[in-house]
Design a protein around this ligand. Sequence first.
Ligand SMILES: [Zn+2]
Length: 398
Amino acid sequence: MQAVANTALLHWLVMQDPAQVHLEATIIDTHADTPQRFVDEDWDFSGNLSHGMLNLDTARKGNLAAEFFAIWVEPTQWRGRYAHRTLALIDGVYEQLRRHPREMRLGLTAEDIVSARQDGVFCALLGIEGGHSIENDLGLLRMYHRLGIRYLTLTWANTNEWADSSGDLDDTSIQHHGGLTDFGREVVREMNRLGMMVDVSHVSDATFWDVMQTTHAPVLASHSCARALTNSARNLTDEQMRAIATSDGAVMVNFYPAFVDERWRREWKACEPERDALRAAVEAKYRERGEPVPYSVQMQVDRDFYAQRSGEMKLPGLDAVIDHIDYVAKVAGIDHVGLGSDFDGFSLLPEGIRSAADLPKITAALMERGYTAEQMKKILGGNLLRVMAAVQAEARTE
Ligand SMILES: [Zn+2]
């Protein structure tokens, strides 16, 4: 009897080893801005990380099974050509799939993620960040779905013609709608019908509640944190997180320092005019030559700025990200939280995490706070698989 008990205990201990738990989990991240690198830098996913946060090698080291590549169209630079740029970025991902057929494949369903993981192949999924990409046309939305787009973030930081964003509410030159317009509600209903996840990251509070009234399927926040901990309008209130849980959706926690740490958010915002001036000077050089400004160049401005100031300013540590995951798990529930890193979407990561290769540190830190193997599997990917499958089950062809 004793021997049986000891074996069971040993088995339990192995099962609770964070490294083992991380290795066995199907890990899914719902937001990385890497496609711009494929297109603008002609950078290859198998290449060195250089200034980036995600490549094939770090995905392997971090045991990342699947990534949702964000198709993000900068709204000022690409005005009048949103669909063109959207397609160019989607093509950028497809070109990587063509170059690396053995290492990566396109995921269209929750089952695709599971089977790619079983085959040891990295699963690339697609989401569009910003409703302006559909150019007010449900036909374009449907075409994007046919190309493999599986979520649409209704807005980016810009309000579009049918949904308000949280990013420009105090800009009086922008025409706001007080949430979703009638067409915006149609977009949500058509996404439900297609089985495309409705992503509420970036939207204004009014848009959020209009979405909750309209949707019939679970709702996703692909890269958002908790406003109670860090007072950014980009973060979700407790009430919003509970509403997402009620829809059986999920809140995927962003790693961006200004969303996870209140002190840093204030300090970083206070020096925004200085950084804007530096960025404008760099951008002017590109404009003189008639060239588009690469995103990496804009990010380098932030990094150089921080390098000069690191004596006075201190980035938050990984524990700030852990605080948010823990908070969302407590408020929304363990079945409604996950990872939405925003890799390659911003210039600086918290101290202690440099790339996807550091994902095991998240599992270790959460387990140190008492999270079990079973709970970790939900956070690391299980919850997203459930949400994606539920949204797809709601799809209708008629
Ligand atoms: Zn974003």
